[in-house]
Design a protein around this ligand. Sequence first.
Ligand code: FES
Length: 328
Amino acid sequence: MSVRDLLQGKPLGMPLHVAIVHFPIALFTLSVVLDVAGFAGGGSAVVRGAEYTLLFGLIGAALAAVPGFADYTSIRRDHPARATATWHMALNLTSVVLYAVSLGLRWGRFDEQRAPVWPFALSVIGLVVMGVSGYLGGELVYADGIGVGRHRRRAPMPQRTITVDAAAADATGFVPIASVDAISDGKTARVDVGGTVMTLVRVNGEVCAFQEFCTHRCGPLSEGSVEDGQIRCPWHNSRFDVRSGKVTHGPAKVDLKVYETQVRDGQVWVRAGAPSTTSPAPGVAAREQRPSAGSERPEAGTDDDAKVHPERHLPSTSPIELEGRRPE
Ligand code: FES
């Protein structure tokens, strides 16, 4: 288990950043409430309480920042949520600095009957900035699925995308992807063939390929786990048969699009175009074909959210990042 796994809360079975971050948010909010109570005549005890809640809020923010940064570093560089996460982090840091300055300016003035005006103003601004940041944090989880299921993931996920030029296709439409040995049994690989993003898995020596994005809410299947010939979506645990693409467990209702694969002289080849309706040729790795054609993107109509905002779920493809796996 890696340090990042620890920081993301894998041993505890819960996302650590989300579990901790409530405390600094509550403490910072309480300090502003106490400031207001001080202005309303609450006295020095209330003013003192505001200072201590600020102090503990800053300690909590420092603790929450560590797993939060671990979550941030696990977001794929080509994921559209990366920019939102960067804003989330920058705004959090800004609000923490505002609270730290607020505390520094008021610290030690325990006998005051009300909070000093400027530190109070900084705390209020910090609260607004923290609110905007919290909204972005919600977007990251609920809209973009960042961090969802990461703490339960059992296998390492591919960090890189194997990018292949579709022009490399032979007369039958197959493109060479990588050496079959480069795809470990039971592990996933993410492949981009001319803008068609797919997940490759090797199960009992057989290489299977299917669309990258889950038909439920576009979870990245290359980040899922392979179990008993099925791929489990990392977001809401839908499962699909890796050979047929068929749903074996919801909430997804629509099957995955699968791609025909071949192994030629130890090299994996994939046909990235529309799925074939013919039986695989002799020597072709056994693949079950789905009759319906569809785009490489998730099927429209599977989910209202994905239908309304498909673009926000679909990472752009990244430049060639293949490390020692690029086909000749
Ligand atoms: S996105 Fe895959 S199960 Fe929800």
